[in-house]
Design a protein around this ligand. Sequence first.
Ligand code: CTP
Length: 408
Amino acid sequence: MLDGKRILLIVGGGIAAYKALELVRQLRERGAAVRVVLTEGGSHFVTPLSFAVLSGEKAFTDLFDLKDEAEIGHIQLSREADLVVVAPATANLLAKMANGLANDLASTVLMATDKSVLVAPAMNVRMWEHPATSRNIAVLRADGVRFVGPEEGDMACGEFGPGRMSEPSEIIDAIERVLPSAHGVSLKGRHVLITSGPTHEPIDPVRYIANRSSGKQGHALALAAKDLGARVTLISGPTHLPDIPGVTTVKVETAADMLDAALAALPADVAICAAAVADWRVAHQAEEKLKKAEGQTALNLALSRNPDILATLAAPSASRPTLVIGFAAETETIITHAQAKLSRKGADWIVANDVSPGTGIMGGGHTEVHLVSGTGVEDWPAMGKDEMATKLLARAAEALHAMQLAAE
Ligand code: CTP
């Protein structure tokens, strides 16, 4: 159910715009309030009046309608939504979103929003397969935009292939996945602290020790926590990922800085340690760039143990987060290692996954995890990292809720 959820639907200029009418009808049937913004192209395919009748609210089309702007500005339009859905999202609209163009109401609202955005692309197969579209999609995915479809099939232009907009029921399923609070779980009023990415441990002013963590999992967790209504602090080692609007991102380099930032961000209700923290740092960091000597054939670097952020956060203290969650990337005897890690570090849950070469999990978009806690092990099916993040945060919300009830 989507009771009480507010959806801002942006309708682009494609023949699939007619399906957006049915989408509005089905959304309202599930209890959502829908407000519609049409691009100029969109209003050539379906009239704003049709959307106004089905949504029960005025449908907006023109950025420069001063009367509309006085009644409800473009910033307010996106602020009042729980989720922004773009359906159909044309190649042009995706290109504008990827490049930050804001020259009409629809694109301005998309630039001004800090809410999650779900897009349902619809276009000719050649346009979908064009390298420019692929580039734009990659940029938008990195920005945290969610996608549903397109589907493969016969197209209005007589061609066959991917490019057909997903059916309204599939778009609604995707909306419910993005808005898990649609199922009644929420992290409103909670603070979620997430560590993410690699750490860089300096050797000298220009060199460092690092690892290949991309930070994608931590970003997905931050986005999922934000979607559930939490205040989110993401403490991130160096990554190439863009900041997430609405998430406080603290950028750090070393494990020691990450620990300081994590402690400074307390109190938190949930702490999730997804960072690939370097276990070791260089014991004596050189103040000047190290020079090799004539004939030198080896260099020994003495290393010191880094603090364990997960274990520090999980240690009993007045500021211990209610739920402390760690990750374990293993290549053999996964569950046994994860259970040992759970008790060694004092965490409440460990999300364990098999990162053996061949699973494609390390650096890939999918994952297959086991949720290990003091009460048992749950095997989750293979799923996207985004979906896993949503499921984990929903579980965290449920656990906090249950603990609160038990304490009352
Ligand atoms: N972690 C941390 N601080 C560290 C090291 C690890 O917070 N200095 C956290 C990670 O974010 C992750 C979990 O601990 O949640 C990983 O545990 P760890 O035992 O360090 O993983 P591995 O390095 O894979 O350990 P192992 O030595 O067992 O291979």
